[in-house]
Write a protein that binds this ligand. Structure first.
Ligand SMILES: C[S@@+](CC[C@H](N)C(=O)[O-])C[C@H]1O[C@@H](n2cnc3c(N)ncnc32)[C@H](O)[C@@H]1O
Length: 236
């Protein structure tokens, strides 16, 4: 699994090698910023520097880097099965903007972090790369490392959106992807812990066009956005 992603690490750009994705959004960060802004709206404490955040399957660390660029000052940790991706995350992390980043290698689903270590865990565009029988172990690991009352955010491509299916089928890094809809995430999480859960749909409009952001927010209930976010709170 490490080797599969190691070969994409140095050039990883969130699938922007796909011409449709390039047409709709001008940079990989445009796409990531949709998720990052959504998270910043929910987690106001991210600006205060008091929260710890784990990005599980962090890849090149782009979600945490974009969060930091938007003013998040969490204690950031990232983990991944791919050592190549982790090296890229270290290389891309901007020095001197005040946010710290700790990186760790996963052993399959397992991470080296302590029980109850994190206030927040994010899992962005990871689960569709995890073999279906291994997904329960990922949910269990996330539940283990979250504090009581901690929040888990799962961001995924929405297979109910036909354009998403078209793009994923033509994107090299997604060659082995098995997409999952929000209900599958909800069922997996609810099997592993008694989380309080809710779902928002994201990215109806091209990312990067500022005046369309309000449209995206108004449509968050409609299960057709290109992405979805499942928010889950661990019981206190
Ligand atoms: C498409 S990349 C997404 C990276 C990052 N989260 C982002 O949003 O840019 C998927 C990442 O999941 C990682 N990953 C972590 N745990 C995994 C697992 N158990 N099975 C498959 N991929 C895993 C891969 O190594 C890869 O870096």
């Amino acid at each position: 699994m490490s080797a599969e992603f190691d070969k994409h690490a140095a050039t990883y750009d969130g699938g922007l090698d796909n011409p449709i994705k390039r047409l709709i959004g001008s940079s990989a960060d445009d796409y990531i910023a949709v998720k990052a802004r959504w998270l910043m709206r929910r987690e106001k404490g991210l600006r205060e520097g008091t929260l710890s955040l784990l990005d599980y399957g962090c890849g090149a660390g782009d979600l945490m880097r974009v969060l930091a660029g938007l003013g998040a000052r969490a204690a950031f940790s990232g983990c991944d099965v791919s050592t190549g991706m982790l090296a890229e995350a270290a290389a891309r992390w901007p020095a001197g903007q005040g946010a710290t980043l700790a990186l760790a290698t996963q052993d399959g689903a397992r991470t080296p972090f302590a029980d109850g270590q994190f206030d927040i865990a994010t899992v962005s565009a990871v689960l569709h790369h995890v073999a279906v029988p291994e997904r329960p172990a990922v949910y269990a690991e996330l539940g283990r490392v979250l504090k009581p009352g901690g929040r888990l955010y799962v961001f995924e491509h929405n297979p109910r959106n036909p354009l998403v299916r078209h793009v994923v089928a033509r994107t090299p890094i997604d060659a082995n992807a098995i997409l999952l809809d929000a209900n599958e995430v909800l069922e997996g999480l609810l099997d592993s812990a008694r989380y309080e859960v809710e779902t928002d749909y994201l990215m109806f409009m091209p990312p990067g066009i500022k005046f369309l952001r309000a449209v995206d927010r108004a449509l968050a209930w409609l299960p057709l956005g290109a992405q979805y976010a499942v928010a889950a709170r661990k019981p206190a």
